[in-house]
Design a protein around this ligand. Sequence first.
Ligand SMILES: Cc1ncc(COP(=O)(O)O)c(C=O)c1O
Length: 441
Amino acid sequence: MTDVNTIYPEFITLEESLSLDSRRVEELQLRHMNQYRTQIGLSAGLTFDIVKAEGCHMWDSEGNERLDFIGCVGVYILGHNNPFVLDGVRRYLESKALTMDPMALKPVTAAFAHNMALITPELTRTVLNGGGGAEANEVILKMCRIAAARTKTGRTRVISTLNSFHGKTTGAVNAGGKDVWRRWQTPVPGHAYVPYGDADAVEEEFKKGDVIMFIAEPIQGEGGIVVPADDYFYRVRELCDRYDVYMVLDEVQAGSCRTGYVWAHQYYEGLVPDAFTFAKGISDGVLPVSGVQVKEELYMAAYGSFDSAMMHTATYQDNNISAAVALSSLQFMIEEDVAAKVLERSGYVWEGLERIRSKHPTVLKEIRGRGYMIGLKFGSDEQGTGYANAIGTVLAQKHRVHTMTSINDDTILRVYPNITTTQEDFDWFLGALEQSIAEVA
Ligand SMILES: Cc1ncc(COP(=O)(O)O)c(C=O)c1O
């Protein structure tokens, strides 16, 4: 074997990459990746290097311990480097069965699909991707279009909710309810957007007679942790049944135990969507995994014949290594009763936040969300400048507590602890928040 540096003297090996000095990484990112995205983080003073991450803690190269209360916007619900999930992946790799052969049987994926159906028995079919949430939403958009072409002839429109976020690939971004993310792209026809939480507006669109699919998040994440009234999704379900429209829930951010339910829609007893998408937390950040869980009828309408079965394939679809990550995460969620623990433990931080809100009601106006999906609605100063971004920056820079505003509503600061978070961590966060408010407002 030839040493790579004899051919390309400046080639950086994996080992070398892991010990690169942070200045050099910045320089490489600025030169070879998107320099503007890199600059945004650097100039806001929010970019740092992580040399180790465990539970809800991260350590930078200067040895500072940081509190991760955003977890890559919902990915790390089981904690960074969760030993159970890592061990599952390791065991699969050690089995030496790793292959992406599309014709080989897929034992881990088949088991994962079986396990998923145990949790939501009315949704029996799984499509697993090796990608992110946007890809899962692409899968369901396409599935609904194909199914509708065969069962809802002449209808093509998709209804989604204003301010929603479903990812940034072409299909997903057109389903998303924020026009800023659709700039400079020819809009895909056949999308309409209604206010989130307004079932009457949904019905107005359905009455036009051309709708095939409704998609919404159980709780809007990027829209600013918006929780709809308790009857909203029941009404949408009833409308979808009455007007023969597929009801799809995007569980990418709210799912995987974050709200205190394995799937956030399980808060609504008896509510069954036609499909839901998942990503983020199901992988606990070990490898990119996303997927769709679908009712038999919808899946079969799209792909339930030999001539349609090959209409949606992908090299990494249903691959075993992604499934090994997802299966291990799911097993951990169930064995550790993560959802119940989130509900039980979240009381402490919600109470602490409420105490701070009652002391600073014009600064911290509202606490929203469910379980460990928490949004803090901040007010603004006399000049109209919102406090949320400034408080988020002070929290990170001074107190080493990482949170993040919602991308479609920057008055909301998101707080996403995880199952490893202790009362001590919550006290660190609550103390830091109180001091940051005092400093900024
Ligand atoms: C609800 C929701 N759907 C889809 C996505 C897109 O996921 P990804 O960024 O993995 O493509 C996100 C990402 O934040 C999301 O919050």
